[in-house]
Design a protein around this ligand. Structure first.
Ligand code: 5GP
Ligand code: ZN
Length: 136
């Protein structure tokens, strides 16, 4: 399904122009308009899925293979020193556009960006409770 009121559907399907780095029948890879670093790109599926929960299994498999291909091209052509894959689901996780997308963020030594979290202490009871909820 393509949604007329979804900006990433329109970009992915070419209704709205974008700086496209790669395109096939299922995906378009574009440069982010507000990049974290030089070369920050987004993988967009052409079929609408709001987030990872809605993404069909086939697209979920293909997106990582495509991410790997793009990562290698970024390493070889942009000369990045590292690369982050980021994929936000839900407002609480920082998702601002409700159409699945995977960020490819090339990293350069000393680029000043911080992607991460504050590690905290967790009691073993907490870890055990989570293990139980997830598995039993
Ligand atoms: P999120 O926070 O949802 O994971 O990421 C959304 C990303 O999409 C942001 O990095 C933002 O800069 C980018 N973005 C939002 N609107 C547009 C647009 O119209 N074109 C492009 N190329 N990127 C966009
Ligand atoms: Zn969409």
């Amino acid at each position: 399904m393509k949604m007329d009121d979804c900006i990433f559907c329109r970009i992915a399907n070419g209704t709205i122009p974008s700086k496209t780095l790669y395109e096939d029948e299922s995906f378009r890879v574009i440069l982010d308009v507000n990049p974290a670093t030089k070369g920050h790109a987004l993988i967009l599926p052409k079929e609408h899925a709001a987030d990872l929960y809605e993404l069909p299994d086939e697209a979920a498999k293909d997106v990582l293979v495509l991410a790997k291909k793009m990562a290698k091209t970024m390493r070889d052509r942009l000369g990045c020193d590292g690369l982050n894959l980021v994929q936000n689901n839900g407002e609480a996780a920082g998702q601002t556009v409700p159409h699945f997308h995977m960020h490819l963020i090339p990293r350069y030594a000393g680029d000043g960006q911080t992607l991460g979290w504050e590690p905290r202490e967790a009691a073993s009871e907490e870890l055990e409770e989570i293990r139980r909820k997830m598995t039993e």
